[in-house]
Design a protein around this ligand. Sequence first.
Ligand code: FES
Ligand SMILES: [Fe+2]
Length: 344
Amino acid sequence: MFIRQRWYVAALAAELTDRPMERTILGEHVAMYRNHAGAVVALRDTCPHRGYPLSRGRVVGERLVCGYHGFTFDATGTCVAVPGQDRIPSRLHVRTYPLIERGAWVFIWMGAGEPDLARLPDAPWLEPSDERAVIAGVAAIEANFGLLVDNLLDLSHETFLHAGSIGTPEVAETPIEVEVDEAARRVEVYRHMTGVVCPPFYANTTGLEGPVDRWQDIEYRPPGFYQLNSRLAPTGRPPLSDGSDDHAFHMKIFYGLTPATERTVWDFWALSRDFAVEDRTVDDFLAKMQAAVVQEDVDALTVLQARLDEGYEATEVSIKIDRGGLAARRILDEMTREELATSS
Ligand code: FES
Ligand SMILES: [Fe+2]
């Protein structure tokens, strides 16, 4: 069962063009495109005439024409033209899903009723500006949503799974602080490393040499939104007492966790930085590094899922580093129970 009454990332903004695409989200086939007015549209990927995927159609102006018999739908899902007859049966309507574009990402509401805008994650850093450069990507993982939550809430795995890019011994060695806001449904995990080696991911992009202070502050807003606030500075130079921190380098590493099916998940990512903003070689370097990091996670989670598929009984022994992940599971369980209660 999926938690539906929440926003999820559906696509990268750059993916949506006037060539419709299909993506499976929460077990449903969704067709998405950008019409010629620039608006993004999502509809159920099934033509109400004979069920052909609407994602195989084409965009004409602000409308989508089915690729099978040419029935035409507007952005509200209403059929507005049928070849060869004037009368359009009112049942020729296709469900649409609200989409909201926020910088690099497009969020979707798969829930019932009106979308709850108060639940849309507030993330100004997703939007590129004069002060921020943003790059983004997405990976499909053959693993269930919960495995990705576990992975992201415990970054001690960087030391082992991502050695050579972002992982250094100190990540796993440094204790974490965990804060859980049950009412706001938010999990925060802090790891502040002092006087440590700057890993290549940051050394090659910031120019920092010598020991650094490296902070990893996670904010997870279940189910689908995750933000890692990364701060790097020469060691011994914390933010100033007035809160300014211009001598440090900041990167927000976003993940959008979107279940595709019960055993597959979309892993959207975006990196937003406040340094080397104009430097496209830094974009390219980070995109390459991040794609490799994500692939390492994809490989690990795929293996875990394969073991689960074999019916392997996972025994879990949790330790201190698992506190963030355990809190996340608790909140996800609560959200699931809440939806079950309201839907029954
Ligand atoms: S299936 Fe779409 S028009 Fe026939
Ligand atoms: Fe990872």
